[in-house]
Ligand binder design. Structure first.
Ligand code: FES
Length: 218
């Protein structure tokens, strides 16, 4: 799913101000004065997180983070660049959402390793439990589903990223429980859902077991 850049959508706020000015200053301070424009990506991220926390603008009461056009314009002003330079970056990277999303953005990996390990079953859970197909947001505004390519956690496939966190070693039943817990506002452990440590073999380490013990991994 790539939400459209709906520049004139009526949920777009007229103006945007960063609420955490110190965070903006800290980001700008990471770069030399002549390279201020390099701050564009962390500032876009900051804007997206601000909307998630203090927003929302748009149709979902408790929606997730996205970047209104006014925020991009504000960033252009801060980094002293033409607005188009910010639009170019924001529209290129899929991690920036340009239209409202649900409170929980599910990025379900369906690339070959995850698919071989059962991602189709997880997709079905999303469709049945959340009532969404890829690219859609549930009626209650809680879940947005995206089908994505490999997220680099294939060894613990199948997996999904929900907001900032990875949920791995999923089965349809486990995934349903994770979604239910999120819906109920409960804490859900992140990472492997079967208790596997890191990316070691399911039955424990196959080499360097002594070292793993020494480091307290097992
Ligand atoms: S294929 Fe799913 S994380 Fe790599």
């Amino acid at each position: 799913m790539r939400p459209k850049f709906e520049q004139y959508a009526d949920y777009q706020p007229e103006t945007f101000e960063f609420s955490d000015k110190k965070a903006v200053e800290e980001i700008i301070s990471r770069y030399p004065a002549y390279g201020k424009k390099s701050a564009v990506m962390p500032l876009l991220d900051l804007a997206q997180r601000q909307v998630a926390k203090h927003g929302p603008y748009g149709p979902y009461k408790d929606g997730g983070g996205w970047i209104p056009r006014a925020a991009m314009d504000k960033i252009a002003e801060i980094i002293e660049q033409p607005k188009i330079k910010v639009y170019e970056v924001a529209t290129f990277y899929s991690m920036y959402k340009l239209a409202p999303v649900g409170k929980f953005l599910i990025q379900l990996c369906t690339t070959t390793p995850c698919w071989l390990c059962g991602s189709s079953g997880l997709l079905k859970v999303c469709e049945e439990f959340c009532g969404v197909h890829p690219g859609e947001t549930s009626e209650d505004g809680l879940f947005t589903l995206e089908e994505v390519e490999c997220l680099g956690a294939c060894v613990n496939a199948p997996m999904a990223q929900i907001n900032d966190d990875y949920y791995e070693d999923l089965t349809p039943d486990i995934f349903k429980d994770v979604l239910q817990a999120l819906k109920d506002g409960k804490e859900v452990p992140i990472g492997s859902q079967t208790g596997r440590k890191g990316s070691m073999a399911q039955n424990g380490p196959t080499s360097m077991a002594d070292k793993a013990k020494e480091l307290g991994v097992i």
